[in-house]
Design a protein around this ligand. Structure first.
Ligand code: ADP
Ligand code: MG
Length: 470
């Protein structure tokens, strides 16, 4: 019998081997995914910090024989401190977004996947130029990832004095791609991104020397998300232990009040009484049984304030309507931003919009054009298994809204949350979570009711006109 060979692999090696699950399955998907990861980092570095985004993308073919493309994305965001750059780009699962705050990125994976893919297909390192506001210098790094160690390897670094207060980041990655196959998807991605970021300037130069430009059409930013503490309903044993070990709370009572949101003195007392734990006990002395009892009480506590919504950053109906108007010039537009709800201790907001007529393209035979978004990211793949598609197909009676397909109608659904229930790390579809599904249905019904009012008024007017002509 052959001996088993045991070993452990690093996160970098794992994602290098199973890159498909992060969207890097082929040169076509990889070039799309690279653009997407870089653009999303650029947008996170701007709008989440109150900066109106200016994003410049360039995709250039850099080899005559092989299909090597250099993808460069420049932003005017907050920049990255130089001591953090190597880990941000060279250590898989390193991120500034592992906090309770809505961002596009969440896994600490995206840009490293692109760097790894570049490394394995072209062997070229990533290049980063960055500076923060108020910094006197601009920093340059050229680096690669040591896959076995999951560590950055700096190949070159330098810095120079700044002569104006530029802040932002420029990232260049060279990968093997398939522009011909990816072109459509990348353009669709930029188009759909522009719809929900009408407050951004987005310009892209393609390998066909074409310029794709989405100018800023509104100056209003959604209010940036603010980091919050965990909600009691979302806690588990591990999270509780982490909170205890990373803080120095003197008593369990203090732990509850300061370590969580939505717990005041009175609630803390009640929880501790129900859990049978002494309020004065230092958290580090809690027994395993006490910890478990505390977790169970926290999770099932009724009459507790819903999760704080400061951490989420919905677009708002104005921005959605501006985006839809700009791209479709529809005869009718309407959008809603519903009130915050929660699932499993995570706050979420569902927003919906509808565009009808004008340049809105004709839909398919059984459903409208669906524009799906999660935390301001357009979702382009896996439409069939997404919760929004289920709602559109199963929960909405389109006849009731005077719609028979095909019709010139597009609907937009945006789910935002500190934790989107994505079905995979590629972030392409949202799972069928009952609370979320219900809100999507209600949001669509809200906008479709307005559309029906508009359509019936229009029908009445046409009827009157006809009668007047006879
Ligand atoms: P994620 O976006 O999920 O956090 P990434 O691997 O894409 O993971 O990025 C890692 C980290 O690098 C980010 O969390 C962020 O702190 C930093 N970063 C990447 N790109 C930029 C950028 N353009 N501007 C500012 N910070 C950036
Ligand atoms: Mg990212």
């Amino acid at each position: 019998e052959a001996a088993e060979k045991y070993r452990a692999i690093s996160p970098a090696e794992f994602f290098y081997k199973y890159r498909e699950i992060a969207g890097f399955s082929s040169p076509a998907r990889a070039i799309y995914q690279t653009v997407r990861e870089l653009v999303e980092n650029a947008l996170d570095a701007t709008d989440a910090h109150g900066i109106l985004p200016d994003v410049k993308i360039s995709i250039k073919r850099v080899d005559e024989i092989q299909e090597f493309y250099r993808i460069t994305v420049e932003d005017n965001g907050i920049g990255i401190p130089p001591d953090v750059v190597p880990d941000a780009f060279g250590r898989v699962l390193f991120s500034s977004k592992y906090v309770l705050r809505q961002t596009r990125g969440m896994y600490g994976l995206g840009v490293k996947m692109a760097v790894l893919y570049g490394q394995m297909t072209t062997g070229r390192p990533v290049e980063v130029i960055t500076s923060k506001s108020g910094f006197k210098r601009i920093y340059y790094f050229k680096l690669r990832i040591d896959v076995n160690k999951n560590e950055p390897v700096i190949i070159e670094r330098s810095s120079w004095r700044k002569n104006r207060d530029w802040h932002g980041t420029i990232v260049s990655i060279t990968i093997e791609g398939d522009w011909g196959r990816a072109k459509q998807k990348i353009k669709e991605y930029l188009f759909k991104t522009a719809i929900v970021t009408p407050y951004a300037n987005i310009v892209a130069l393609t390998p066909d020397d074409e310029i794709v430009y989405y100018p800023r059409v509104v100056d209003k930013l959604p209010s940036p998300p603010v980091e919050v503490k965990p909600h009691p309903h979302g806690v588990d044993l591990e999270l509780l232990k982490q909170i205890i070990s990373s803080h120095n709370y003197s008593s369990v009572e203090e732990l509850l009040i300061k370590g969580f949101q939505s717990i005041g003195e009175a609630t803390a007392r009640l929880i501790l009484q129900q859990a049978g734990v002494d309020p004065a006990k230092p958290p580090v002395d809690l027994t395993e049984n006490e910890l478990l009892s505390l977790v169970n009480t926290l999770r099932s506590m009724k009459d507790i304030r819903a999760p704080s919504t400061k951490a989420i950053s919905p677009l708002g109906s104005e921005i959605i309507e501006a985006g839809l108007k700009h791209v479709f010039q529809p005869e009718f537009t309407y959008a809603v931003s519903r009130r915050p709800q929660a699932y499993q201790g995570h706050p979420f907001v569902v927003e919906a919009g509808v565009a009808y007529g004008g340049k809105t393209p004709l839909s398919e035979n059984d459903k409208p054009i669906i524009l799906r978004y999660a935390n301001k990211i357009p979702l382009l793949y896996d439409e069939g298994s997404d919760v929004t598609t289920l709602v559109v197909k199963e929960d909405i009676g389109w006849d009731n809204y005077m719609i028979t397909f095909p019709a010139p109608i597009a609907i937009l659904v945006h789910v935002c949350s500190t934790k989107i229930p994505f079905k995979g790390v590629g972030k392409e579809s949202i799972a069928d979570v009952p609370e979320v599904r219900r809100e999507i249905k209600l949001a669509l019904m809200d906008v479709l009711r307005e559309l029906r009012k508009y359509l019936s008024k229009k029908a009445r007017e046409e009827e009157l006109k006809k009668r007047a002509e006879h």
